[in-house]
Design a protein around this ligand. Structure first.
Ligand code: NAD
Ligand code: AHE
Ligand code: ZN
Length: 375
C-alpha cells in the first residue's frame, strides 16, 4: 500500500450535530514529514462531542473527528526518520518538534510547528487534506482524525511506544488520562498534604484525583452534579463528595466553609465558565491555585473579581496536562505497563467503529467514562 491511496472506513461528521456517517474514505499517501497510521483503537473524549456540537470556533465540516487512539505505522513520507512501518504509536494532538520557540523554551508543552495547519484542518506541507470521499475533501481534526481506519499525521505528532503495550488500552494515553495526571503533576505541582478540589468526575477529573492521590494530597474533594459518580470516584482517590444540587449556598462558599478558608488546589474538568469561577473562588487566600482543564464553548468568557487574584489566588490552564507528547507519552505507557498508573479502569464500554453514534450517546450517560472503539 506504500505510496498508494488507501480506501478504508471512517466516520465522517458532515455537519454539526448530525449523526456521523461511516463512509468509504480515500486516504492519500503521506508526504514529506508525514506518517500514515493504521488506527486500531480509538476512544471518545468529551472534546470530540464539543467540536461535533458546532460550539468549537475551530470546528470545520465535513471532518473526521477523534484524537485519543493507538495504531501501527503503515508508511512514512520522505525525511521521516523517527518512526518506520510497523512501529506501534499514539497520535498526539499536541505536537512536539523540539525546534520551535515553544519547544525550546522549556516553559511549555505547546508546540508551534504545525499548530496553524492542525487548527485549519489541513496538513502543513500544502495546506491540503489527505482525506476525501468521492473526490470531496474532508477536513482533518486536531491533527489526528482517529475515527478512521487510516489517518495521516505530522511526524512531530507521533509518539512511538512499547510494542508490547495493549493498544486497546493505551489509546487512552492520547488524551484524557495524561491530561488529568499532568494537570496535577506538571501544571499545579500539587505537594503532599494539599487539599484538592476536582470539579467534574469524568475521565479527566478522575485522572486528576488519581494524580492528586499519587502526589500525597490529604483530602480530595470531588464535585459533580451527578451523585452516581461518587462510588466509582473513591477508587480513583476522591475522599469526599459534594453535589452542588444539595446546597443552597454557592458551591465556592460550601467548599471554603468545609476547608477552613479554601482549598490549596482546584481543577475545573467540565468546560463550564461559571464552574471555572467557583473553582477559583474556592481556593485559599494567599496561595490557592486553580487550573482550568475543561474546554468552554465559543463566546464563553471567564470572570471573577480581580480582588481574588490580588489576594493571592492563581489562575492557570493546561493543555494535555503539560506533558511533552512525543517524549512523555512513551514514559506514560511504561508507567502503565509497570502498573503505576491506571488505564483499564477508565474504560467502561467497548464498541466498533460502526457503532460510533451509539458511543456518542453513551457519553451523556452517567455510567460512561471512556468508550473504546475497535476500528
Ligand atoms: P466528561 O463529560 O466525561 O466529564 C464531565 C463531568 O462533569 C461529568 O461527570 C458531569 O456529570 C460533570 N458536570 C457537568 N456539569 C457540571 C456542573 N455544573 N458541576 C459539576 N459537575 C458537572 O468529560 P471528560 O472527557 O472528562 O472531559 C472534561 C473536560 O475536559 C471537557 O471540557 C473536555 O473538553 C476537556 N478536556 C480538556 C483537555 C485539555 O487538554 N485541556 C483534555 C481533555 C479534555
Ligand atoms: N479549538 C478549541 C480549543 C480546544 C482546546 O483547548 N483543546 C485542548 C485539548 S482538548 C483535548 O480533549 C488543547 O490542547 N488546547 C491547546 C491547543 O493548542 O489547541 C477552541 O476553543 O478554539
Ligand atoms: Zn480529549
Amino acid at each position: 500500500t506504500r505510496g498508494q491511496v488507501i480506501t478504508c472506513k471512517a466516520a465522517v461528521a458532515w455537519e454539526p450535530n448530525k449523526p456521523l456517517v461511516i463512509e468509504d474514505v480515500q486516504v492519500a499517501p503521506p508526504q514529506a514529514g508525514e506518517v500514515r497510521i493504521q488506527i486500531l483503537y480509538s476512544a471518545l473524549c468529551h472534546t470530540d462531542a464539543y467540536t461535533w456540537s458546532g460550539k468549537d470556533p475551530e470546528g470545520l465540516f465535513p471532518c473526521i473527528l477523534g484524537h485519543e487512539a493507538a495504531g501501527i505505522v503503515e508508511s512514512v513520507g520522505e525525511g521521516v526518520t523517527e518512526v518506520q512501518p510497523g512501529d506501534h504509536v499514539i497520535p498526539c494532538y499536541q505536537a512536539e518538534c523540539r525546534e520551535c520557540k515553544f519547544c525550546k523554551s522549556g516553559k511549555t508543552n505547546l508546540c508551534g510547528k504545525v499548530r496553524s495547519a492542525t487548527g485549519a484542518g489541513v496538513m502543513m506541507a500544502d495546506r491540503k487534506s489527505r482525506f476525501s470521499v468521492n473526490g470531496k475533501s474532508i477536513y482533518h481534526f486536531m491533527g489526528t482524525s482517529t475515527f478512521s481506519q487510516y489517518t495521516v499525521v505530522h511526524d512531530v505528532s507521533v509518539a512511538k511506544i512499547d510494542p508490547k503495550a495493549p493498544l486497546d488500552k493505551v489509546c487512552l494515553l492520547g488524551c484524557g488520562v495524561p491530561t488529568g495526571l499532568g494537570a496535577v503533576w506538571n501544571t499545579a505541582k500539587v505537594e503532599s498534604g494539599s487539599i484538592v478540589a476536582v470539579f467534574g468526575l469524568g475521565t479527566v477529573g478522575l485522572a486528576v484525583a488519581e494524580g492528586a492521590k499519587a502526589a500525597g494530597a490529604s483530602r480530595i474533594i470531588g464535585i459533580d452534579i451527578d451523585s452516581k459518580k461518587f462510588d466509582r470516584a473513591k477508587d480513583f482517590g476522591v475522599t469526599e463528595f459534594v453535589n452542588p444540587k444539595d446546597h443552597d449556598k454557592p458551591i465556592q462558599q460550601v467548599l471554603v466553609d468545609q476547608t477552613d478558608g479554601g482549598v490549596d488546589y482546584s481543577f475545573e474538568c467540565i468546560g463550564n465558565v461559571s464552574v471555572m469561577r467557583a473553582a477559583l473562588e474556592c481556593c485559599h487566600k494567599g496561595w490557592g491555585t486553580s487550573v482550568i482543564v475543561g474546554v468552554a464553548a465559543s463566546g464563553q468568557e471567564v470572570c471573577t473579581r480581580p480582588f481574588q487574584l490580588v489576594t493571592g489566588r492563581v489562575w492557570k490552564g493546561t493543555a494535555f496536562g503539560g506533558f511533552k507528547s512525543r517524549s512523555q507519552v512513551p514514559w506514560l505507557v511504561e508507567k502503565y505497563m509497570k502498573k503505576e498508573i491506571k488505564v483499564d479502569e477508565y474504560i467502561t464500554h467497548n464498541l466498533t467503529l460502526a457503532e460510533i453514534n451509539k458511543a456518542f450517546d453513551l457519553m451523556h450517560e452517567g455510567g460512561c467514562l471512556r468508550c473504546v472503539l475497535n476500528m
